[in-house]
Design a protein around this ligand. Structure first.
Ligand SMILES: Nc1ncnc2c1ncn2[C@@H]1O[C@H](COP(=O)(O)OP(=O)(O)OP(=O)(O)O)[C@@H](O)[C@H]1O
Length: 584
């Protein structure tokens, strides 16, 4: 922003500009077109003011009506032309701005989707959502429409100042001598506004989180009678947000009047000098009026530049928050040499895998080794917190082991692209979430483009077809937020159908009967067994009934992995602290 000297928030604005400018690619010609429109509109205004001076001197002062028509009609033509280019400029600015926003939101969302689930577990969803919506809009105000407004204001300043200089350079210099006052005022205000906006943005994120968490957990809130607590949490944060908003309002509200007083001082000084010149016959009345009109147009443009500096300060606060996300690299990425290999038959091998969650200092898995044949059933047991689900997260590469390696069909999993790896493994998690869509959409989520016959066949195999057809709209019934309009057992059977249609060689079942009562758990057993048929299955469970005849048992008891190979003894080794036990 031209009105700001180099300072903290200018660096922030420049950094944001540099980082986000590439997102304007494809729309720069529209931005350029908007800029050209702004120049033409400003030129039309300058010419119109000149015509106003001509009318005053040639028609009004001389009372000559004949001299009125030509400049008046020219003025009208200029007004129409200015109107048309203004429309074109504003429309293309909006178009470029909205397309910029679309691209930026897509880019940030794509980046966020590459983060491992741990990233989300450590952050508040509502805050991330605020970054993806409000904060991104603030950036648009800086980079796309902000830029066009800055160019418009800057060009207008040059034109009006040039015209004023042309009419009376000495008066114009006096008028311009007061401009630094505007600059200093804008700078002081922008710095303070940046700080207030940063508080406001952060508070907005927290408020969003409180609303999101409160609404997502309404059943818990109501059953624990905690409505008042939730309301007061929101109220407290709302007050903080209000205080920051009021600080912003105080600054913007006092900036306008202050600038107006400065402007009035400038205009009065110039008019005083003009009156002096007029009395000495060194200036015509039309000349003075045109000169005053140029100033009347010039100062608001300087004001607009100042205001843009304030907006830029606010936008930079939003940009900082988006940059925090964009500058966090995904923990797990494809190696350049990773290949999108086709899925094999599902041989899984863990070789001396050691892993601990970052910042916990203690390994959850310590030298875990096991191997499966295609189609094997591996039962993983152990007390709560012993690392059973961690095995699933490592196989899906939500995290990478600290030591040791994991192979799928003989290929180290980090030599596969994440897409290829995950296309070979299906996870049926403890808490099976459905999307807020229809039953059909939720099943088809397992394989986009699945045919109606495939969907029905998967639902039948999951023993879900009967209850689905009994629903009011059958396969078109909406399942509600997170599938909450269905029972736990029904949700689970739809999740089984979804896994069924995905049809991958490796399957991970993480406590698939958690949260189901005995009858519901029994009902999912048959479809679960159907799902496991012919796939390498890693079954994490406390319930041995789920897998009466496993090929291997991994017992992650009390910090030590004990591995029991059932059959041909493919279990090679256990964690260092454990002794392998082979049974049967
Ligand atoms: N994202 C994480 N960050 C830090 N620690 C974690 C994370 N996820 C799990 N842990 C810790 O790692 C340990 C193993 O967790 P894991 O979920 O694998 O246990 P589990 O055996 O599946 O437990 P449960 O039977 O209760 O589901 C736990 O002590 C847990 O606190």
């Amino acid at each position: 922003m031209p009105l700001l000297a180099v300072s903290g928030e200018v660096r922030s604005v420049v950094a944001a500009f540099r980082r986000f400018w590439p997102y304007t690619r494809g729309d720069r010609r529209w931005l350029l077109f908007s800029g050209v429109c702004a120049v033409v509109a400003a030129a039309c205004e300058v010419a119109a003011i000149w015509l106003f001076g001509v009318i005053t001197d040639k028609a009004l002062a001389t009372r000559d009506l004949d001299a009125f028509w030509t400049p008046a009609l020219s003025w009208l033509a200029l007004a129409v032309a200015a109107g048309l280019v203004s429309f074109g400029g504003e429309y293309t600015t909006a178009l470029a701005g909205e397309r910029f926003l679309l691209r930026l939101r897509d880019g940030v969302f794509a980046h966020i989707q590459r983060m491992s689930p741990d990233f989300f577990d450590r952050r508040r969803l509502g805050d991330l959502m605020a970054r993806l919506t409000d904060d991104i809009e603030a950036i648009e105000e800086l980079v796309a429409s902000g830029l066009v407004q800055a160019v418009t204001a800057a060009v207008s300043v040059v034109f009006f100042a040039g015209a004023a200089l042309y009419v009376r350079w000495d008066l114009a210099l006096v008028a311009c001598a007061l401009v630094p006052l505007f600059v200093v005022t804008a700078k002081v205000f922008a710095a303070r506004l940046h700080a207030a906006a940063a508080r406001e943005r952060a508070s907005n994120g927290v408020m969003n989180s409180i609303v999101e968490e409160g609404l997502a957990n309404q059943a818990l809130v109501q059953s624990y009678n905690r409505q008042a607590t939730e309301a007061s949490r929101l109220h407290r944060e709302g007050r903080r947000w209000m205080a920051a908003k009021m600080a912003e309002a105080r600054l913007t509200a006092s900036y306008g009047p202050l600038i107006e007083v400065l402007e009035t001082v400038c205009v009065l000084v110039v008019l005083g000098m003009g009156a002096w010149e007029l009395s000495r016959d060194r200036l015509t009345l039309g000349g003075l009026l045109a000169f005053a009109a140029y100033l009347g147009y010039l100062y608001p443009q300087i004001q607009a530049l100042g205001r843009l500096a304030l907006t830029a300060g606010e936008a930079a606060a939003g940009a900082d928050r988006v940059l925090q996300v964009l500058n966090t690299p995904p923990e797990i990425t494809d190696r350049p040499s990773a290949r999108p290999r086709a899925a094999g038959r599902g041989r899984v091998a863990f070789d001396a895998v050691t892993f601990g969650y970052p910042g916990t200092g203690r390994p959850v898995l310590d030298g875990l080794t096991f191997r499966t044949r295609p189609g094997d059933l591996v039962l993983v047991t152990g007390p709560s917190g012993s690392g059973k689900s961690t095995i699933a997260k490592l196989l899906l590469r939500f995290h990478d082991p600290v030591a040791g390696g994991i192979r799928l069909d003989g290929v180290p999993i980090h030599d596969l692209t994440l897409h290829a790896l995950r296309a070979s493994v299906t996870l049926l998690a403890q808490e099976n979430l459905l999307f807020s869509a229809t039953v059909r959409d939720n099943i088809a989520y397992g394989r986009p483009g699945a045919s109606e016959d495939d969907i029905v066949a998967a639902a039948k195999a999951a023993d879900a077809h009967d209850f689905i057809t009994a629903l009011p709209q059958g396969y078109d019934t909406p399942v509600g937020q997170r599938g909450r309009l269905l029972s736990g057992g029904q949700r689970q059977r739809i999740a089984i159908a979804r896994a069924m249609i995905r049809d991958t060689p490796v399957l991970i079942l993480d406590e698939p009967t958690t949260g189901l009562d005995e009858a519901a758990a029994r009902r999912v057993l048959t479809p679960l067994r159907r799902l496991m048929e012919g796939r390498t299955t890693i079954l994490i469970t406390h319930d041995p009934h789920l897998a009466p005849r496993p090929d291997q048992v991994i017992d992650l008891g009390a910090g030590a992995a004990s591995l029991r190979a059932v059959g041909d003894g493919r279990a090679d080794r256990t964690g260092p602290a454990a002794q392998p036990t082979t049974s049967r």
